[in-house]
Design a protein around this ligand. Sequence first.
Ligand SMILES: *Cc1c(COP(=O)(O)O)cnc(C)c1O
Length: 399
Amino acid sequence: MSPDGETRAPNLYDAEPIPEAARAEIDRLLASGDLFRYTAPEGAPVARLEAEFADWLGSRYALAVSSCSAALFLSLKALDLPRGARVLVPAFTFAAVPSAVLHADCVPVLVEVGFDLRVDLGDFARKLDGAQAVMISHMRGHTSDMDAIMAMADARGIPVIEDAAHSLGTTWGGRNIGTIGRIGCFSFQSYKLINAGEGGMFVTDDPELAARAVIMSGAYEYNWKKHPGLQNSFPHWQNRLPLYNLRMQNLSAAVIRPQIAEVERRVRRGRANHDAMARMLNASPHLTVPPALPAEERAPDSIQFSLAGEWTDAEARAFEATAKRRGAPVQIFGLSPDNARAFWNWQFLTEMPDLPMTRAMLMRTCDLRLPARLGEGEIAFLADAVLSAAEAVKLRGAA
Ligand SMILES: *Cc1c(COP(=O)(O)O)cnc(C)c1O
């Protein structure tokens, strides 16, 4: 590839500008210094965000917090799980997810994930007995079979938490991801669909779970009165729950609120980009993009594909390096050193399980960011870099 490749390669890490509408509100907050969510008697930006988000998503209660990891931790505390409770977590997720389980004094039990990037239902069923909660990470926005998971969990009375950090805008059977389990958790970290640098949201329809989470998030004394629709539940929990102080501050809410209106466009663009690139990659005998499940409407901001057929580790590494050189910074989850999504790097776990299915998948699954702002030409450029890298490595291998 000519040096031209370098200059035309799109930057996949830059964010989109924050909508101009955020500026006036941020100026107002800076001028007044009103940054704490519970200072204003009503109408604080964080409270407005919670109301707008719950309304937009279709959940009864929303609690804004400092990160999705904080929301996941609060979910387990809100469920009042006993110390040592076993919590099923997909083995393909981000290190912060099993970490949240450990932080809540529970034990993460990793469930196999196949080449389709979804929870293996056989392994899930085998591990479900003896579990006290399920935390489903829809990793990179790939939705596991929520009908099957909910049916199995409901039959045993086991609560399901959805880690929807990367699934804003995804639907399953017409329902928003994050509203199917007992609790849903979202992220506003910069690499997610809404960018506030950091931030998270906890949603539920259950008033007791909401009240417990609100208090533990740091609504001390009578600050819970500023959360609508929960007044009957709070006096019961007042002073009986620890305060973990995981609140969101007003500046973050001011950055997030005008982006809710952007979600639909970002989802549409992201899906078009993803599907266009998937069609190009699937035309190669060497690459496979896992399809969405029938009930699923995806909201991708990245693409995952696997190296199909027989690939040695050396070939996979050569492909990764060649694609990168040609302007597509592909990462193979299991081959990039210290990747936080490869379970064997979670050395903080007390027990390292043997998960051959997930390991095989991670060793051959590639990850490439596709921010919604990319255009057709840039998608074609990235697809060409990936396809020609696969061809080059496979030709060399055959020679
Ligand atoms: C980003 C992400 C998280 C963590 O979100 P934070 O807001 O950074 O804590 C958890 N799970 C998944 C699937 C993610 O993509």
